[in-house]
Design a protein around this ligand. Structure first.
Ligand SMILES: [Fe+2]
Length: 266
C-alpha cells in the first residue's frame, strides 16, 4: 500500500504490522492451547516476547543479583516523606499558567493486596503523553506538538481506603519504531513505590474501547485475556463531572490471582 502524500517514507528493515500481528496470534494460540490442556494461567508476560522486538535484545538473561546486604540498596536509593507530596501534585492540569489541551478527566481507583485489603500511604506516580501523543521528553521527537501547559507527570499517596486519584487529560496514541506503522494505544504509566525502592512496581493503564489494542505488542505481551483486561480502566459516569471532566476507575491489585500485570513480573 502506498503511503498518503506527505507522510514519512517507510524506514528500511522494519517488519509489517501483518507480520507482528501473526506472531502475536501464534503466541496467543499456543498459550490458549496450553491452558486448555491444563497448563498454568500466566498473568505476566514472558520477559522476551518476540513481537515486542527490543524485549528480545534487552530482557534479563541472568538471575537477579541480590546484594549481600539487601538493605544497603535502600541507603542509597531514593526516599520520600509524606511532606514531599503536596496537595496539587495529583493535578496534572495545574502545573502551568494555562490549561492543557485535551479531554479533562479524573482517574481514580484503589491499590489492594491479594485479599482485597487497601494498601495505604502508597506513593503512586504517573507519567503520560499529552493529548497529541507527545511526551515532554527530549527522546520523543516525533512530529506531534508539545503542549506548553502540560508536562505529564503526577504523584499522590493512597488514602486510608487505598485510593489514589489524578486529574489529567486523556493522552493520545503515539507511534514507535517496533515495526512499520506501529502505534501505541493511549495509556498512562503507573509506578507504585512500595515501602522501599527495591519494591517498586511499574505498569500501564489503558482506556476502554481503544482500537489499537490488537495491534500493540506491548499490551499483547500479556497473553492471558483476563489479565490483559485488568489493564483497562472502566469509564464510570458517576465519576464524570457536569461540564468539567470525564471519570475513569482503575484498581491495582498487587498480587494473587487478580493481580495487575507489572513490568518486572513480580
Ligand atoms: Fe508510554
Amino acid at each position: 500500500m502506498t503511503n498518503p502524500p506527505g507522510t514519512p517514507p517507510q524506514p528500511p528493515g522494519l517488519e509489517t504490522q501483518q507480520t507482528i500481528s501473526a506472531e502475536i496470534a501464534e503466541i496467543r494460540d499456543a498459550y490458549g492451547k496450553a491452558v486448555a490442556e491444563g497448563g498454568p494461567r500466566r498473568d505476566h508476560p514472558e520477559r522476551d516476547y518476540p513481537p515486542y522486538r527490543s524485549s528480545v535484545l534487552r530482557h534479563p538473561k541472568h538471575a537477579l543479583v541480590v546484594p549481600r546486604d539487601p538493605e544497603a540498596a535502600e541507603l542509597t536509593g531514593p526516599v520520600f516523606g509524606v511532606t514531599d507530596v503536596t496537595e496539587i501534585d495529583n493535578d496534572l492540569t495545574r502545573r502551568h499558567l494555562g490549561e492543557p489541551l485535551g479531554e479533562r478527566m479524573l482517574v481514580t481507583g484503589r491499590v489492594l493486596d491479594r485479599a482485597g485489603r487497601p494498601v495505604r500511604g502508597q506513593l503512586v506516580e504517573i507519567w503520560q503523553a499529552n493529548a497529541s501523543g507527545r511526551y515532554a521528553h527530549q527522546r520523543d521527537q516525533h512530529p506531534a506538538p508539545l503542549d506548553p501547559n502540560f508536562t505529564g507527570v503526577g504523584r499522590c499517596l493512597t488514602d486510608d481506603d487505598g485510593r489514589y486519584s489524578f486529574v489529567t487529560i486523556k493522552p493520545g496514541p503515539y507511534p514507535w519504531r517496533n515495526h512499520h506503522n506501529a502505534w501505541r494505544p493511549a495509556h498512562i504509566h503507573f509506578s507504585l513505590f512500595g515501602t522501599a525502592f527495591a519494591q517498586r512496581l511499574v505498569t500501564q493503564m489503558y482506556f476502554p474501547g481503544d482500537p489499537l489494542f490488537d495491534f500493540d505488542p506491548i499490551m499483547q505481551a500479556v497473553t492471558d485475556d483476563s489479565a490483559r483486561r485488568r489493564l483497562v480502566a472502566d469509564y464510570d459516569h458517576n465519576l464524570s463531572t457536569h461540564e468539567w471532566s470525564l471519570g475513569y476507575r482503575w484498581d491495582i491489585v498487587l498480587d494473587g490471582p487478580a493481580a495487575t500485570w507489572t513490568e518486572e513480573g513480580r
